[in-house]
Design a protein around this ligand. Structure first.
Ligand SMILES: [Fe+2]
Length: 300
């Protein structure tokens, strides 16, 4: 996470205090529904319409099924209670309102208890295409539809528990990369689709530009998912990804969820990391990137 992002999150937290919204020790608040203005609902409506039209045929079936099962409203910012009324009976997950990014240990503790923190505020109309920090549309539209899928729901829970247990600071970058390349920017195999992939990661499905780029561009590498490889690969937070990792199906994430990652984290804690665009001899290469538009530095 960049310093700028932390600063922005802190500013939002301050705004929340200033507004008199009571913030609990776990950073959650009651969703302040009365604070949404017409412009917030209009931005939701516009993003929802644009992304659902774009995602048809590009996103995995589980995501679209999740949108329907949750009954995600198209016209306005959803009430978190109405989302939970569908989500919690299905997989035990519940969304909770937060001011934005929360400290790692707080975030992991939420996941380990099947609570997904959702930023309550909406981006401005001039931020439809790019926002450095997560907002309500990214967190809710991007992440929550897959939380009603039982396999993905278990993966997220297992991730939270593993991350919470890994209090060794050396393990955090490894776990952050796993989250990044699956939950945020994951692709899944689909033989009939461009480049043999569909999308499922929330950072992609909530972004018009990366939806098109990740599936159709010739620039990035698309590599078969392999746990250790992913944990060792740095990533981009300021540009589209140089490499995407492609799972065969959600069962592959289920296998990760069954894995005791503690020995792996210990073994990899001192292993050197790979650059975001590296290709290695053992990689399963679906597409080799042309590297067009890549920046030489800035991997995190
Ligand atoms: Fe996210």
């Amino acid at each position: 996470m960049s310093t700028a992002t932390r600063t922005a999150a802190t500013a939002k937290l301050q705004e929340q205090f200033d507004a008199g919204l009571e913030t609990r020790a776990d950073f959650t608040i009651d969703q302040p529904f009365e604070r949404y203005r017409a412009v917030d609902h209009a931005v939701w409506r516009q993003l929802y319409a644009r992304q659902t039209a774009l995602l048809e045929g590009r996103v995995c079936d589980e995501f679209l099924a999740g949108l329907v099962r949750i009954g995600m409203p198209a016209e306005r910012v959803p009430s978190f209670d109405e989302i939970n009324a569908k989500l919690t009976p299905a997989t035990g997950w519940r969304i909770v309102a937060v001011p934005g990014l929360v400290p790692d240990q707080v975030f992991f503790a939420h996941l380990a208890n099947r609570r997904f923190p959702v930023t309550w505020w909406m981006r401005r109309p001039d931020q439809l295409d790019y926002l450095q920090e997560p907002d309500c549309f990214h967190d809710l539209f991007g992440h929550v539809p897959l939380l009603i899928d039982p396999v993905f729901a278990d993966y997220m829970h297992a991730y939270g528990r593993a991350a919470l247990a890994a209090d060794d600071a050396g393990a955090l970058p490894l776990l952050a990369r796993l989250y990044w390349y699956t939950v945020e920017f994951g692709l899944i195999r689909d033989a009939a689709s461009p480049n043999g992939v569909k999308i499922y990661g929330a950072g992609i499905v909530s972004s018009q530009g990366e939806t098109l780029y990740s599936q159709q561009s010739g620039s990035p590498n698309r590599l078969g998912f392999e746990l250790e490889r992913v944990m060792r690969t740095r990533y981009r937070i300021d540009t589209f990804q140089k490499s995407y990792f492609v799972i065969d199906d959600f069962e592959q994430l289920f296998e990760v969820a069954q894995t005791d990652v503690a020995p792996l984290l210990q073994r990899l804690a001192t292993a050197p990391a790979f650059a975001a665009g590296d290709l290695l001899p053992g990689d399963r290469v679906l597409t080799r990137g042309s590297r067009a538009g890549w920046q030489d530095d800035g991997d995190v």
